[in-house]
Design a protein around this ligand. Structure first.
Ligand SMILES: Nc1nc2c(ncn2[C@@H]2O[C@H](COP(=O)(O)OP(=O)(O)OP(=O)(O)O)[C@@H](O)[C@H]2O)c(=O)[nH]1
Ligand SMILES: O=C([O-])CC(=O)C(=O)O
Ligand SMILES: [Mn+2]
Length: 618
């Protein structure tokens, strides 16, 4: 692979030099698009990223010089860095995220819709000259193992080196991807600018961004345009923007599924291997479940993906999943040896941390990382912090970016181009009340109803009021690129095909977050969630018994392994309690929610709602 010489700051800023080696590998449509975006955004230089180690190290070194990154002590955490974002650029901005389909109806009531022509003209205005004084990086990438029938290509243009380096961790990035992009295979164009042009003589800031933000998606032309933010899902466009919002539309058209799901591999004490996917809203436990260390003997859990799954029926009619990503962009706070030892071990080095605290040894710290709190830190803003400070040391949405291959529990088939056969689908959310620890859906339609009616308390992963209950069907509300009711219909259609072949995975709902009267979690969670996984997979295996309830099938007495677990008095009962009055209220509110989608709601879901109501009344 050719390694590209990045222009040094001494090079002339006016001639827009281009690194020809990589450009030559690009198909004409990619070159023409890069030229067009360069003409619009007028960067000083263009760099085609190769994905080489050399290139990565040079970008890291440049960012250290620019103050964007702080190098951590290499003896404590080799190859690792801390980035402090602008204090106003710390999470996904859902109210500035737009789905610009032809009509508002196609985007549906859960998306912000703007007429595509109107958005294009706004974007032309803000992107005009937006890269002045900066380098424009061309970042080709593959989502999914290169060569997998399920993989897709994209090219991101960005003026943020932080984004380039992060994309290098999160995707298969560089020349190897570019060389495989063909006009026939297609590729998704994604334009990103921090929106902070440097006029002559201006001094740059460590984290350039803009108060005005646009995270825009054009589903029909499969385009992404992101302006004003360098943070996570706003800026790493391969992730939520491509692999979920645009991919969900492609998946609808091509008959597969693009989901906000972790993928794990579980081996039971008898040696049978299962694969499961689970959809939980942002900051509700996907990364933790994907890296779970079982507390019950004989069970092994391995990691395949922690955030996104692409699922498609194979030639034998089985549902297979790939993890389209190559890294983890995980929540730091509360990650500790006792909650997620696997993550702690993954983060030994080669990690970029964003918005965590810096300790006096030049290493990172966040709330919940250790039992003892350091006496002194620099908080995520870089200000002195002591245990008596009134604000958290790490931002609640602070994150780590690290290669999946570095995870000690990564499964040997994690990057199998064929994907893995899925045995169980799990839906969950963060619910202090009502939702039991685990229920099994009666059938696929009931499972789709469970997914469609997820509600969850808001977390710090997106701007908004923490703790407020919101509907988040399939954990996809922020990520579905089209009308959510049509998405449900798509899930029903996929299920019909699988059911006809007898290969449909079973569907379950879980809730780790139910609280007792004292306001404490009833369930210890984390590694103990292996007990719930064991029941789920024993159900798939045909060896666990269940009892009927109005909400679905629940573990029969004794079927959920609670050996050696000291739950508080009455917790077992409370975890599975079905309070009929509050459930009837929940059904009423679900009915209103479904009505918001009008006549597009599939009849199967309104039927499910009716059946649930009569079971509750019966
Ligand atoms: N009580 C409890 N908390 C949990 C459990 N699993 C995860 N959490 C906490 O929930 C928060 C988010 O967990 P993650 O696993 O990072 O969530 P995620 O779904 O991967 O989040 P995104 O990466 O934003 O999509 C962390 O603070 C975890 O410590 C659990 O089983 N019980
Ligand atoms: O996209 C992001 O910024 C982080 C993330 O994984 C999520 O919010 O689900
Ligand atoms: Mn995660």
């Amino acid at each position: 692979m050719a390694s590209t010489a990045l222009p040094t700051p001494e090079q002339p800023r006016t001639s827009a030099p281009v690194t020809e080696t990589s450009r030559e590998a690009a198909p004409p449509s990619v070159r023409a698009w890069v030229d067009e975006i360069a003409a619009l955004t007028t960067p000083d230089r263009i760099v085609w990223c190769t994905g080489s180690e050399d290139e990565r190290q040079r970008l890291l070194d440049e960012m250290v010089l620019a103050g964007t990154l702080i190098a951590l002590d290499p003896a404590l955490r080799p190859g690792s860095y801390l980035a402090r974002s602008d204090p106003d650029d710390v999470a996904r901005v859902e109210d500035r995220t737009f789905i610009c389909s032809r009509t508002a109806d196609e985007a549906g009531p859960t998306n912000n819709w703007v007429d595509p022509e109107q958005m294009r003209s706004r974007l032309r205005d803000v992107f005009a000259g937006s890269m002045r004084g900066r380098t424009m990086y061309v970042v080709p990438f593959s989502m999914g193992p290169i060569g997998s029938p399920l993989a897709k290509f994209g090219v991101q243009i960005t003026d943020s080196p932080y984004v380039v380096v992060s994309m290098g961790v999160m995707t298969r990035m560089g020349t190897t991807a570019l060389e495989r992009i063909t006009e026939a295979a297609g590729w998704v164009p994604a334009v990103h600018s921090v929106g902070a042009p440097l006029v002559e003589g201006a001094v740059d800031v460590p984290w350039p961004c803009n108060a005005t933000k646009y995270i825009s998606h054009f589903p029909e032309t499969r385009e992404i345009w992101s302006f004003g933010s360098a943070y996570g899902g706003n800026a790493l466009l391969a992730k939520k923007a491509f692999a979920l919002r645009i991919a969900s539309v492609i998946a609808r058209d091509e008959g597969w599924l693009a989901e906000h799901m972790l993928i794990l591999k579980v081996t039971n004490p008898r040696g049978r291997v299962f694969h499961a996917v689970a959809a939980f809203p942002s900051a509700c436990g996907k990364t933790n479940l994907a890296m779970l260390r079982p507390t019950i003997p004989g069970w092994t859990v391995e990691t395949i993906g922690d955030d996104i799954a692409w699922l498609a029926e194979d030639a034998d009619g089985r549902l297979r999943a790939i993890n389209p990503e190559a890294g983890f962009f995980g929540v730091a706070p509360d990650t500790s040896r006792s909650t997620n030892e696997t993550a702690i071990e993954t983060l030994w080095g080669n990690t970029i941390f964003t918005n965590v605290a810096l300790d006096d040894n030049n290493d990172v710290w966040w709330e919940g990382m250790t039992d003892t709190v350091p006496d002194h830190l620099l908080d995520w803003r870089g200000a002195d912090w002591t245990p008596s400070s009134s604000t958290p040391a790490a931002h609640p949405n602070s994150r780590f970016t690290v290669a999946a291959a570095q995870c000690p529990s990564i499964a040997d088939d994690w990057d199998d181009p064929r994907g893995v056969v899925i045995d169980a689908i799990i839906f969950g959310g963060r619910r202090a009340t009502n939702v039991p620890l685990v229920v099994e859906a009666r059938d696929w339609e009931h499972g789709v109803y469970l997914g469609a009616t997820i509600s969850s308390e808001r977390t710090a992963a997106a701007e908004g009021t923490l703790g407020e209950l919101r509907r988040d069907p399939f954990a996809m509300v922020p990520f579905c690129g089209y009308n959510m009711a049509d998405y449900w219909a798509h899930w029903l259609a996929v299920g019909e095909s699988l059911q006809a072949r007898g290969t449909a995975p079973r569907i379950f709902q879980v809730n780790w977050f139910r609280k007792g009267e004292n306001g404490r979690f009833l369930w210890p969670g984390f590694g103990e969630n292996s007990r719930v996984l064991a029941w789920i997979l024993d159900r798939v295996d045909g060896t666990a018994s269940a009892v009927d309830s109005p909400l679905g099938l629940m573990p029969a007495p004794g079927a959920l392994n609670l050996d050696g677990l000291s739950l508080t008095e009455g917790a077992r009962e409370s975890l599975f309690e079905v309070d009929r009055a509050s459930w009837i209220a929940e059904v009423d509110s679900t009915e209103l929610f479904l009505e918001g989608f009008g006549s597009r709601v599939p009849a199967q879901l309104t039927d499910q709602l009716g059946e649930l109501r009569s079971r509750l009344l019966g």
